[in-house]
Design a protein around this ligand. Structure first.
Ligand code: AMP
Ligand code: ZN
Ligand code: FE
Ligand code: FE
Length: 283
C-alpha cells in the first residue's frame, strides 16, 4: 500500500488534468491518492472515473484556504459533502477573492514593468480553475522572465513581496468546524512550513484540535527533522493522527508523487470519521 493524501490538478494550480494525476499515480505504483485542489471539488468527477480505469483508490478531498490573525493556513478536508452550503459559500468567497486579488497583483507587477497581464495569466489556467500565484509564475516563465515557479516565488511572488496581495480566507477554527459539519475529516496541511511564510503557534493548533481537527500533515517535504519530531510529539499529546504526502503539482514543482506517504491505519481512521456519505472510490 502506498497512500499519498495531497495532490493538485489543473482544477487549481497543478499542471496536469485530474485524470492525468491519477494515471501518473498508478504509473508510479501508488495504490491510493487524495485529490486536494485549492478551494474546489471540481476535479472529483474526472479523477474518480480515471481511478476506476487505472485501478487506483481515490480519496475525494480539498485544500481549503484559511487564516488565523492574518497567518495563512491550508486545511485539508477529506470526504466532505461537496454540496454543503456553508462550506461551498466559504470556498466560493475565497475563489472570488482570489480572482480580484490576482487582478491587483498583476496590475502592481505590470506597473513596475514586469511582463505580465491578466490575459497571459489566464492563458496558464484552465477555465474555472482556482487562481493562484503559480499561474502568475507560469505566465512569467512563458514570457522568459524567470526560469521556473521557484524562481518566480523567490524573486517576486513570496508573501513579503511588494506585489503580494492578500485574499479572503475564513478563520481556521471556524473552517475546522465547517468541515466536520459537512461530514468531512480536517487535517492541517504542512503546519510547520516556515519557509513559505509565517506559521501558527502550538496554541492555535490546540484550539483547532478542540474544534475537531483530526490530524497533522507531518511528513511533507517542507518539514525537516526538528519539525517532524515536534509534530509527532504534538499529535501524541493532542490525540491526533499524522499523515504524509507529496503535495504534487505536476511539472510546476519538484514534488514527486509518493515522496511521502500515509499509513493504511490512518486512512482507515479518516474513513471511519467521515459522515458525509462521500466514500473512497475503489476500483
Ligand atoms: P496562493 O494560492 O496564491 O497563495 O499560492 C500559494 C501556492 O503556491 C501554494 O499552494 C503552493 O502550491 C505554491 N508555491 C508556494 N511556493 C512555491 C514555490 N517556491 N515554488 C512553486 N510553487 C510554490
Ligand atoms: Zn498549490
Ligand atoms: Fe498548501
Ligand atoms: Fe497543496
Amino acid at each position: 500500500m502506498a497512500i499519498d493524501l495531497h495532490t493538485h490538478s489543473n482544477a487549481s494550480d497543478g499542471t496536469l488534468a485530474p485524470a492525468e494525476v491519477v494515471a501518473e499515480a498508478a504509473h508510479h505504483g501508488l495504490t491510493t491518492i487524495a485529490l486536494t485542489d485549492h478551494d474546489t471539488t471540481s476535479g472529483w468527477g474526472e479523477a474518480a472515473e480515471a481511478a476506476v480505469r487505472h485501478r487506483l483508490s481515490l480519496v475525494p478531498g480539498v485544500e481549503i484556504s484559511t487564516q488565523h490573525n492574518g497567518i495563512s493556513i491550508h486545511l485539508l478536508a477529506y470526504l466532505i459533502d461537496p454540496a454543503n452550503p456553508d462550506l461551498v459559500r466559504e470556498m466560493e468567497h475565497a475563489r472570488a477573492s482570489r480572482d480580484t486579488r490576482m487582478v491587483r497583483m498583476v496590475e502592481k507587477m505590470a506597473s513596475a514593468g514586469i511582463p505580465v497581464t491578466m490575459e497571459t495569466v489566464l492563458a496558464q489556467a484552465q477555465p474555472g480553475a482556482t487562481l493562484g500565484r503559480p499561474h502568475i509564475a507560469d505566465a512569467l516563465i512563458e514570457a522568459g522572465h524567470v526560469r521556473d515557479r521557484n524562481e518566480a516565488f523567490e524573486e517576486l511572488l513570496h508573501d513579503r513581496s511588494p506585489y503580494y496581495v492578500h485574499h479572503y480566507a475564513p478563520d481556521v477554527v471556524r473552517a475546522v468546524r465547517l468541515v466536520r459539519a459537512a461530514g468531512g475529516v480536517p487535517v492541517m496541511a504542512h503546519p510547520f512550513a516556515n519557509r513559505r511564510g509565517r506559521t501558527v503557534s502550538d496554541e492555535v493548533i490546540e484550539e483547532m484540535a478542540a474544534a475537531g481537527l483530526a490530524g497533522l500533515e507531518i511528513n511533507h517535504r517542507d518539514h525537516f527533522g526538528p519539525e517532524r519530531a515536534h509534530g509527532q510529539a504534538l499529535v501524541e499529546r493532542l490525540g491526533l493522527f499524522a499523515t504524509g504526502s507529496s503535495d504534487f503539482h505536476g511539472a510546476g514543482k519538484e514534488n514527486r508523487l509518493g515522496e511521502n506517504t500515509t499509513e493504511p491505519a490512518v486512512l482507515a481512521q479518516i474513513e471511519e470519521q467521515a459522515s458525509s456519505g462521500v466514500t473512497v472510490v475503489r476500483p
